[in-house]
Design a protein around this ligand. Structure first.
Ligand code: GLN
Length: 276
């Protein structure tokens, strides 16, 4: 433990390094913090030692812990992740929470656009009774992870491939709820991002051109106008800089009851709109 923390401290602040060490030891040895306090010396065989030192090397190269371990937690569920999918974020848990809160007990049909790891549809399926959930992504690699995650969590989700930006790819379907957390970080915001995000997370899922930051939002709003039932809800996770512009865009396109929500850091992060 001390050895791992010391190694990781060459790269990460002490508290983070210690937390990572706990997570690594739990992952490889199923040894908890309490176990470690009780039995400070763990006997490690050569194969285990090799796996740990490989993980250590990857962490020192800035690779996120979630990719190194291959799993992460989202909304109290476990998800497989690799560099084909974004690591699910806490702000997306807030989006899922909002949808669950608003549709608890309703037998709604939901579509998630740009599903990545599948964390949104799977968490919704597991937490709203009687929902039918579909989800699409442009990336076949992402869909393959999403399908594994649905199996892992015993959630029935209808996954399909779709490039939402290509209108000829749009599929038939009628939904009561459409949700999306599309790429929303502008290229000019790239510089402020940490190397673990920049070097390892899929740029396809993160970035949009500076000159067209609402590209996905406008396209998905148009899709939602055609494919939502009357009274159906559209939910977006958004870049904090574009809350008002996105609300205005939705109102211009005929959506009503447009609401803007803040995340726990009081940043504009979610939008809900109703198709009349
Ligand atoms: N919230 C993510 C981040 O800041 C971005 C997610 C997205 O582009 N949809 O890294």
């Amino acid at each position: 433990m001390t050895f791992l923390t010391k190694e990781l401290e060459t790269k990460y602040p002490h508290v983070e390094a210690r937390e990572m060490s706990y997570r690594l030891i739990w992952h490889f040895f199923r040894f908890s913090k309490v176990d470690m306090a009780l039995y400070p010396e763990i006997a490690v065989d050569v194969a285990q030692e090799k796996r740990v030192s490989k993980a250590l090397e990857r962490l020192k190269q800035d690779e996120p812990l979630q990719y190194v371990l291959g799993t992460t937690e989202f909304y109290d569920l476990s998800f497989y992740v690799n560099s084909n999918v974004l690591i699910p974020r806490p702000e997306t848990e807030e989006l899922v929470h909002l949808i669950i809160d608003r549709h608890r007990g309703e037998a709604v049909r939901i579509l998630d656009i740009g599903t990545g790891s599948g964390c949104i549809p799977i968490a919704l399926k597991r937490n709203i009774k009687n929902v039918k959930v579909a989800a699409c992504d442009v990336s076949l690699d992402a869909l393959s992870i999403a399908r594994k995650n649905a199996d892992l969590n015993f959630a029935e989700v209808d996954f399909f491939q779709c490039d939402i930006l290509e209108k000829r790819d749009w599929q038939e379907g009628s939904y009561d709820v459409i949700v999306s957390n599309p790429p929303y970080v502008t290229n000019s915001e790239k510089e402020a991002m940490r190397p673990n995000v920049l070097k390892y997370e899929p740029h396809l899922a993160l970035f949009v051109e500076d000159h067209d930051p609402l590209l996905f939002y406008i396209t998905i709003a148009d899709y939602a106008m055609e494919h939502l039932t009357s009274g159906g809800s559209l939910y977006f996770e958004i870049n904090e800089a574009y809350g008002l512009v996105i609300c205005t865009m939705l109102i211009d396109r005929g959506f009503v009851n447009v609401e803007l929500f803040q995340d726990i850091f009081e940043k504009d992060r979610m939008v809900k709109a109703i198709k009349p």
